[in-house]
Ligand binder design. Structure first.
Ligand code: AMP
Length: 613
């Protein structure tokens, strides 16, 4: 069986891991790094870069560089309208409230952008492990909705990965914990990343990990802290120079980078200096930003954001019905968990409970995903994973209300059924509207989709018995079906495009990506051949110069012609096949010429070779 890798597809960075002989191995990418920035950049010519190179061009071409795509995946345009101003790339509604990212005249869905990142992760894994990889486990925040999970799976499919399982990030962290710890414990996983916050409370033993409670905020992470600091920097700059730079995307991007760096510095220092020369200019000349941010000011500026994370922890504790004294450890996960103030607040809430910082907060989720992958592949001892749903699921009933079928906190996988009937005589069709959320009124919940059961046999109202079945699988993905009990008919049932991309669109996107990949390969081969032809021409030129005295007139002429032809092929950007032929010819030509010169005394070897035209 081919290897299955675990991937933490993060808002800021992505990490992948593989378990070998019981030990996690973080996959090193082509740049030699353990973390791959979840950033996709496009050059002016439409070339695509992923990871570190893309991150580096963020400042120069913010409009062509997509980051934090996880904030948009599986969501609708109307839900993210307010976030669109926080990023420099263009987010549009491509119809049906579907999000599109417009770059360089092309439009991509968030699933496609995520697929670009996953494709890079896949390639790195293939290089690192030395074999094709087409199966993976991908983690998502516990608070990802059904649509976000589906969309993540679709992104995997576009990238050519069969996503065998989607698991919640805090649960993955707990799995990583199980391979280290050999005894039972009750733990809290505090996962504060770039874009999301999750807290889970679990009972873990050597063979089972049971989620007792989970809470979180899909819109709370290091990015929000950075944005808060950007606003502060802009206001400091305005105070000093009277200039409002908040609307300038390029300036905002520079401020954002400086803000993130300052935030990270303050995790280990008590103050940090921020210096941004030539931030902008007015008639009086260039304006620079120079300021000092102390840890105390930083904490004051972001305390309300950190407080939101603590509020979620309180909710999870209440839901778990546990006292803090019953918790053995709090595992600190995610880059933002390094902030000293949040550690202090966590300690104040979980009084006396040790914070476990022994895991690398950037990598522990990927390690957990790899443990799950190992369990699926049979290389790691099975740990039964009992996760819970984070939203209630229901259907719309009379009075435009929501009837919950699967309440929040139910252990997954779960199956529930509900009988429904018709409301008018001889009704032929029933419409099932699937809802996700805790609200009483249907309109206040998220609509997961609608479907119809058709061809119901004519009968007085209330007589037909229609069994609606809700299933939440181990990926947290919802499937709904309806069956006419009398006839057994189970037809016309589809949840319309739950992730915003149809099967056909996903397949098309995968083919496009494969094609682009093949084109890249061809382009790379031509590039390699150009490079060797350049080297050969250089060597031949040197040979001509050094051996001119030993060469016959005809040989000098032929060599000059060969050089000319070679250079022309390079200028005209000959294709790989022509370059391959040329390279072979130059090789043979110089070898023969050299042999002739070496045996000059005999002077009998002919160098008459015909070259490619
Ligand atoms: P993750 O999603 O787990 O990769 O976390 C990324 C987030 O962690 C980003 O917002 C980073 O700015 C933040 N982060 C990483 N290192 C630190 C640090 N030393 N102090 C504060 N935040 C950090």
């Amino acid at each position: 069986m081919s290897k299955i890798i675990g991937i933490d597809l993060g808002t800021t960075n992505s990490v992948s891991c593989y378990i070998e002989q019981g030990e996690p191995r973080i996959i090193i990418n082509e740049e030699g790094a353990r973390l791959t920035p979840s950033t996709v950049g496009f050059s002016k010519d439409g070339d695509r870069f992923v990871g570190d190179i893309a991150k580096r061009q963020l400042l120069m071409y913010p409009e062509n560089t997509i980051h934090s795509i996880k904030r948009f995946i599986g969501r609708q345009f109307s839900e993210v309208r307010s976030d669109t101003s926080k990023v420099a790339f263009k987010i549009v509604d491509i119809g049906d409230d579907t999000i599109g990212i417009e770059v360089g005249g092309k439009t991509y869905t968030p699933q496609q952008v995520s697929a670009f990142i996953l494709q890079k992760v896949k390639k790195s894994a293939e290089d690192f492990l030395g074999e094709p990889i087409d199966k993976a486990v991908i983690t998502v925040p516990a608070y990802f909705s059904d649509r976000q999970r589906q969309a993540t799976k679709d992104a995997g499919r576009i990238a050519g990965l069969d996503v065998l399982r989607i698991i919640n990030e805090p649960t993955a962290a707990a799995l990583a914990y199980t391979i280290r710890r050999k005894s039972a414990a009750t733990i809290a996983v505090f996962d504060f990343g770039g874009g999301t916050f999750d807290i889970s409370i679990l009972d873990v033993d050597t063979d089972v990990a049971e989620v007792k409670a989970t809470a979180g905020n899909n819109h709370l992470g290091g990015n929000d802290i950075d944005n808060r600091l950007v606003d502060w920097l802009a206001s400091e700059f305005k105070k000093a120079n009277g200039l409002d730079v908040s609307g300038d995307r390029m300036v905002r991007q520079r401020l954002l980078e400086a803000a993130e760096k300052a935030k990270m510095d303050l995790s280990t220092s008590l103050e940090t200096e921020i210096h941004l020369p030539f931030l902008t200019a007015d008639e009086s000349g260039p304006k620079h930003l120079q300021t000092v941010l102390t840890r105390a000011t930083f904490e004051f500026l972001v305390e309300d954001l950190l407080r939101k994370a603590i509020d979620e922890c309180e909710k999870a504790l209440i839901e778990s019905k546990l006292e803090t004294t019953e918790i053995d450890e709090v595992i600190m996960v995610g880059g933002s968990s390094r902030i000293p103030k949040i550690q202090e607040m966590v300690k104040a809430l979980f009084v006396g409970v040790p914070l476990n910082k022994s895991f690398n907060p950037d990598e522990v989720v990927a390690v957990g995903a790899a443990v799950q992958a190992g369990m699926l592949g049979g290389t790691v001892k099975d740990v039964t994973l009992l996760d819970v749903t984070n939203f209630s699921l229901g259907i719309e009933i009379e009075g435009r209300r929501s009837a919950k079928l699967i309440p929040k906190g139910s252990t997954v996988p779960v199956v529930r059924t509900q009988m429904v009937s018709t409301v008018v005589d001889n009704q032929k069709t029933v419409k099932i509207h699937v809802l996700q959320g805790e609200e009483e009124l249907a309109k206040d919940n998220i609509s997961l989709g609608e479907f119809e059961l058709t061809n119901i046999q004519p009968a007085p109202r209330g007589v037909p018995r229609i069994e609606v079945t809700f299933t939440i699988d181990t990926d947290g993905i919802v499937n709904v079906s309806a069956r006419d009990v009398r006839t057994g008919a189970q037809q016309g049932i589809t949840i319309h495009s739950p992730s915003g991309m149809s099967q056909q669109a996903i397949d098309d996107a995968r083919h496009q990506l494969q094609q682009a990949d093949e084109d890249d390969e061809i382009g790379k081969e031509a590039q390699d051949l150009r490079h060797s032809v350049e080297k050969q021409l250089f060597a031949l030129e040197n040979f001509l110069r050094d051996s001119k005295l030993s060469l016959k007139k005809r040989e000098i002429f032929d060599t000059e012609q060969a050089l000319k032809r070679g250079r022309m092929a390079l200028v005209k950007k000959a294709d790989a096949e022509a370059l391959r032929e040329l390279s072979q010819y130059l090789n043979n030509y110089q070898a023969h010429l050299k042999q002739r010169v070496d045996s000059a005394a005999g002077g009998s070897i002919s160098v008459a070779l015909t070259g490619p035209e």
